[in-house]
Design a protein around this ligand. Structure first.
Ligand SMILES: CCCC(=O)/C(O)=C/OP(=O)(O)O
Ligand SMILES: [Mg+2]
Length: 403
């Protein structure tokens, strides 16, 4: 029997977790079991959920008593798409008390419906021709209300700072001043101009927004205008929309998944969906080439163990699809680069908005400060030593800290 699995964490001071596990396995598959006549049971057997593990943690105070329960759900019960899987394993039960979905397991059959990221970590590096260091991404800031000239100016300053990628802020939607095709056209030209000075390639992830029914055409218009990457607010649309876009052969550019709304689902230890599932397993399965998430060190933080669990899922060999690039974000400044590399290694995008635009010497200097920090960290040179020769980095360390 081919099945997908779901592991839940249930907190309860008194529950019989084995009994609870059985009720979940039956309740989310055949509905009832012991009352069924034998003939009906034989017919329904192939649909019956199976309890695989119940790992009870008793050695804690009543308030902390919990169990991790893993249940197998027969593939025959649901279609091979993420909505069907999520409703099957965590639809009704997500509303039934203190239960959190902490891990998914995909059958070969289910996985085969997902081509995964088109580019992945290696493909992104090939697009940029950068192979031996972390990548650097900057973020447009205060863009709402800017016209095309002002947008081009901010883009150019970021590009001249030597960044590898530039992304729209996730709150930049279609608008009369900077519609996507025009935004892409002027930024593509500005990237070409900047490249004459920096000698570097650059990906610009423009925010794909608007009604779901128009997203594909919107993406094709952007690509026709010169877009070489897309940003997408996945959770406000749903994973299946990302799956649709990433698996479409006409959409020939990498997709960066923004975590907007994720905070409604992952933080509680007792409810919701763990970050490693929400921003790790499902984003990669649905085809995100890069995945942003709150870092452990910035302004909007996520615990370090959850960050590393996301990273593990984005690069895990458990899935036979390409890997997704981890992008720990929010409140990142050059002084954090050593700890980012320590936690994530080389396959990471250092991503910053305020940490670049807020540099006292200007936006371009902000980019240079990050590149100097990345060069120092990749050669195990303390930032404070390296900064003696680089005023942009020294200025960043003076105002934001780091050593
Ligand atoms: C986790 C997403 C981070 C994000 O969207 C963003 O705009 C970060 O900006 P800064 O915190 O680097 O200014
Ligand atoms: Mg943002």
């Amino acid at each position: 029997m081919s099945y997908c699995t779901a592991t839940y964490r249930l907190h309860d001071p008194k529950a019989d977790f084995h009994k609870k596990a059985e009720s979940i396995a039956v309740g989310l598959t055949v509905g009832s079991w012991t009352e069924l006549p034998q003939a009906k049971r034989t017919a329904m057997q192939k649909h019956l959920g199976q309890v695989l593990h119940v790992d009870v943690h008793e050695d804690l105070s009543d308030a902390d008593r919990y169990a991790d329960i893993t249940i197998a759900y027969p593939d025959v019960n649901f279609s091979r798409d993420i909505p069907a899987l999520l409703v099957t394993v965590f639809g009704k039960i997500s509303m039934d008390g203190r239960i959190k979905l902490i891990k998914l397991g995909f059958s070969e059959s289910f996985q085969s419906a997902f081509p995964g990221p088109k580019f992945g970590i290696e493909g992104i590096r090939q697009q940029l021709d950068v192979h031996n260091r972390p990548l650097l991404m900057s973020i447009f800031k205060s863009v709402i209300g800017l016209n095309l000239d002002e947008l081009r100016e901010q883009f150019t300053l970021q590009a001249l700072g030597g960044v590898d990628l530039i992304k729209d802020d996730e709150i930049l939607f279609e608008n009369e001043l900077t519609p996507i095709e025009k935004r892409v056209e002027i930024c593509a030209r500005a990237a070409e101009e900047a490249s004459k000075e920096t000698g570097k390639k650059l990906l610009y992830a423009t925010n794909l927004t608007g009604r779901t029914s128009d997203l594909k055409q919107q993406a094709l218009r952007a690509i026709d205008a010169g877009a070489n990457a897309l940003l997408f607010n996945v959770l406000s649309y749903g994973y299946d929309v990302l799956h649709e876009l990433s698996s479409d052969p006409e959409i020939t550019v990498p997709i960066a998944a923004h975590p907007a709304l994720a905070g409604a689902m992952y933080p509680s230890p007792h409810y919701g969906i763990s970050a490693s599932v929400l921003l790790g397993q499902l984003m990669r399965l649905a085809g995100a080439d890069l995945v942003l998430f709150p870092s452990p060190y910035g302004s909007v933080t996520m615990p370090r163990d959850e960050n590393l669990a996301i990273r593990d899922e984005l690069i895990s060999s458990d899935l036979s699809i390409k890997t997704s690039m981890p992008v720990p974000s929010a409140g990142i400044h050059p002084g954090l680069v050593p700890v980012i590399l320590q936690d994530f290694g080389m396959d990471v995008v250092v991503n910053a908005g305020g940490g670049i635009h807020g540099h006292p010497m200007g936006t371009a200097a902000g980019g240079r400060a990050f590149l100097q920090a990345i060069d120092a960290a990749t050669h195990n040179i303390p930032l404070s030593d390296y900064a003696h020769s680089f005023p942009e980095l020294q200025t960043a360390l003076n105002i934001w800290g780091g050593k």
